[in-house]
Design a protein around this ligand. Sequence first.
Ligand SMILES: [Zn+2]
Length: 294
Amino acid sequence: MHRMLLVVLGSMLATMPVWSQGQPAQPPQIATTKVDGTDNVYIFRNGNHQAMFLVTSDGVIATDPVAYGRPQGGAAYVAEIRKITDRPIRYLIYSHHHFDHIAGGQAFKDAGARIIAHKRAKERLAVLQDPATVLPDEIMDRKKTITLGGTALELSFVGLNHSDSTLVMRLPKERIAFVVDLLPVGQMPGRGMIDFYPFEAETSIKQILAMDWERLIPGHPGPGGRLGTKRDVQDQLTFLQDASEAVKAPAREGRCWEPAENEVQLPKYANWPGYQANLQFVLRRYCALWGRGT
Ligand SMILES: [Zn+2]
């Protein structure tokens, strides 16, 4: 066989999708979908991370590059936007300072976007100088509304919660909220509990419940990719309160970190995806609160 043909065949085999080799179907690494019932609201997903972007007559408002550990992830996101519109990317909003959501912003900056984040995000990023994570151009404190091409995006800081820099993003006309990590949809929170603010988060969640919205886009896809509802948010709040209460008594008996971390169960939530693997991280956080004072 011709040498060049062999090379081509070899590279085809190497890039063959898993499903063609008799394995179960895998979702593609990257997918962009328009949110049902909207004209211009999109979700960009890269692996298990996702972000919202808005296409308006005057340009694009993007959020979270989601490119941690993916050096080409930011460029891939910009390329997905370019499949839909050639209008300028005006803004890139950081949901909070955690790298798994905001690494990869350089491609947006190169495209001309202005990067906006909460002031605390810039303070943290400035100290850490992560080479993959671009500092914001503009910071905000409690509230800001971006209006572009007839689309309004409201950014709100509702206090300490999953991080100390989380912005709740809300589309008042579309009644959609984009909230990253603070409100997992239909599943357990996990390792992200490590820097969680337990009491303040409950206050934040109650504020989000009081806002006017109908559907919630999470920063990690919900079961089957579904969006969240206020019921999901209430369930998450109840779960956190139940977990806190379940740890309080053993913590005061001196059973933290172990054995409380290994013994406490919350069977009401046993059917939530991630229950077995992630409950320990939730219990550890509440052990820190009730058994350590932090
Ligand atoms: Zn996070």
